[in-house]
Design a protein around this ligand. Structure first.
Ligand code: PHE
Length: 369
């Protein structure tokens, strides 16, 4: 009996000093597992005389219960302690800024698109997209540029054979679109006026130097309704330029020009100087051409299924990359597409700096930087 009591206090001491759940379980196994000390004693009961067996059995059962309870309560203590430590280690202060600090940057082209969409969006324009690979009808013919029209030479076009099992056929070949104007035709085919859209996307021409890359980006606009005039065109694009360059007194001028799909046509220039001695945009002191525009040619309306005797409108197109270079002072267009992370770190924008007319276009007051 004395041995049993010693064993009991020895086991109880081991239980209370067990510092973690693993040790506690080892103590339990060594006492009450298949070969545990207590289990051995229980097994030996069989060989004792009846009376001793009853007495000893009773005390062993009591001790067993006590030990089980002690293990249970130590287990509760250790589990609470483990949870506590885990919570302490995994504490998150949700009021801290994002950690690690965000490394990603928004590419200037994406940013400029965001800005342009914010401005025209506020004027009530929808943003539409179209296929990069176009048929010649949408890229040329419907835009008043039939086959052999000299204006086709203005754009160094990449042609794609539309049937690889046949020899290349210039007349049926597809093109990677040379401008986003095809989207204007696609929109007219689907929708009767009033139309007020901007068409955005990648465009392709065979050209490569500091201000030309074979792939570049455009935004084109189309407004068609009854009684739309050149005055609407001028006011709309002037408002856009001022909003985009974030300069109220930006000098602009319209210069007569030629496009097959508009008549009359014009090009819009912005003044490099805000005032005589204050350099604002670009490096020169002269005018910079930033977009082409004009009143939509009746042939183009007809090709899009719109009656030119009832409706008229204006269209414009501009190079997004060119605008990004001007607005953010990036000297070489080719660097836009080199995927150099150092360049992105320098010219890129904070991912959460959304452009909006109310929150700011290029700068939202440092809220997310
Ligand atoms: N599509 C012309 C270009 O890519 C731009 C333009 C669009 C000019 C609409 C006038 C009107 O050069």
């Amino acid at each position: 009996m004395e041995n049993i009591l010693n064993l009991k206090s020895e086991i109880l001491a081991q239980i209370t000093s067990a510092a973690d759940l693993k040790t506690l379980d080892e103590v339990r196994v060594s006492a009450m597992g298949k070969k545990g000390k207590l289990t051995e004693l229980m097994k030996n009961l069989g060989s004792l005389p009846l009376e001793e067996k009853i007495a000893l059995g009773k005390s062993l059962n009591i001790i067993k219960n006590e030990i089980e309870q002690a293990i249970e309560s130590q287990k509760n203590i250790l589990e609470a302690k483990a949870l506590d430590e885990k919570l302490k280690k995994e504490t998150i202060d949700v009021t801290l800024p994002i950690r690690p600090e965000t490394q990603g940057r928004i590419h200037p082209i994406t940013k400029i698109y965001e800005e342009i969409e914010a401005i025209f969006g506020q004027m009530g324009f929808d943003v539409v997209n179209g296929p990069d690979i176009e048929d010649q009808f949408h890229n040329f013919n419907a835009l008043n540029m039939p086959a052999n029209h000299p204006a086709r030479q203005m754009q160094d076009t990449f042609y794609i054979n539309n049937d690889p099992t046949m020899p290349f056929d210039m007349d049926s070949a597809y093109v990677v679109r040379t401008h986003t104007s095809g989207i204007q035709i696609r929109t007219m085919e689907k929708q009767q006026p009033p139309i007020r859209i901007i068409a955005t996307g990648r465009t392709y021409r065979s050209d490569y130097d500091a201000t030309h890359t074979p792939m570049f980006h455009q935004v084109e606009g189309l407004v068609i309704d009854k009684n739309i005039t050149m005055a609407h065109l001028k006011g709309c694009l002037y408002d856009f330029m001022k909003a985009f360059f974030e300069l109220e007194d930006l000098p602009v001028r319209y210069r007569p020009s030629y496009f097959p799909f508009t008549e009359p046509s014009a090009e819009l220039d912005i003044g490099c100087l805000k005032s005589k001695d204050e350099l604002k945009i670009g490096a020169g002191t002269d005018w910079l051409e930033v977009l082409g525009c004009g009143m939509v040619h009746p042939n183009v309306l007809r090709a899009g299924g719109i009656n030119p005797d009832e409706y008229q409108g204006f269209a414009f197109g501009m190079g997004v990359d060119r605008l990004a270079m001007l607005k953010y002072g990036i000297p070489d267009l080719r660097t836009f597409f080199e995927s150099d992370v150092r360049w992105m770190k320098h010219y890129g924008f904070a991912p959460l700096d959304f452009s909006s007319m109310t929150g700011g276009l290029s700068d939202n007051g440092g809220l997310t930087r």
